[in-house]
Design a protein around this ligand. Structure first.
Ligand SMILES: Cc1cc2nc3c(=O)[nH]c(=O)nc-3n(C[C@H](O)[C@H](O)[C@H](O)COP(=O)(O)O)c2cc1C
Length: 164
């Protein structure tokens, strides 16, 4: 059973978690891009509003063929206690029927639980089940620390036993 890691990342923190997971688990990895420019400091407020309202956004790739995969990791940063719009848009556009899913989120300090809960509801409605989840705190941390924290979590949660 093949594993894939799908993620969105605005400032590369969720990307570093996703890359560590893919490396440790020898999984495929796909980055989802949000076609709305969210790079400037001023887009922060808009990004939070979009997340809070669960506004859809245009993404690339628009959807992903998951038929080769049995286990799917889905990762998003925490935005105003919600998943980033790119990941909710992706979940709505892919076929998750019968898949096992492990969700992960990064956050500065708080709100990760509600992100996991919301993504869990969304994937359940699309016919898959969450088998585990990870929340990684990134506030004040270097990328190397975030990667180390991710490796520790992978061991702690025994994530290598899934998808064998
Ligand atoms: C629009 C926006 C909203 C955010 N809201 C929260 C939040 O509610 N709680 C929190 O702990 N961090 C919040 N953060 C911080 C990010 O969740 C955190 O820095 C995350 O690791 C960034 O991931 P990324 O580098 O993959 O984009 C927010 C960041 C942005 C840009």
């Amino acid at each position: 059973m093949k594993t894939v890691v799908l993620y969105y990342s605005r400032s590369r923190k969720t990307a570093s978690v996703a890359e560590t997971i893919a490396q440790e688990l020898s999984a495929d990895i796909v980055e989802i891009k949000d076609l709305k420019d969210r790079s400037s400091f001023f887009s922060y407020l808009n990004a939070s509003i979009d997340a809070l309202r669960e506004n859809k956004t245009k993404i690339s790739p628009e959807n992903i063929d998951l038929s080769d995969y049995g286990l799917i990791y889905i990762g998003s940063p925490t935005w105003a206690g919600k998943p980033a719009p790119a990941m909710l848009s992706l979940i709505d556009s892919c076929d998750f029927q019968g898949k096992d899913v492990i969700l992960f989120t990064t956050m500065g300090s708080q709100g990760g639980r509600t992100v996991i809960k919301r993504m869990q509801e969304k994937i359940k409605a699309r016919g898959s089940r969450m088998v585990n989840f990870l929340i990684i705190k990134t506030g004040g941390k270097e990328i190397s620390e975030i990667k180390e924290d991710t490796r520790k979590k992978i061991d702690e949660l025994d994530l290598k036993i899934y998808g064998i």
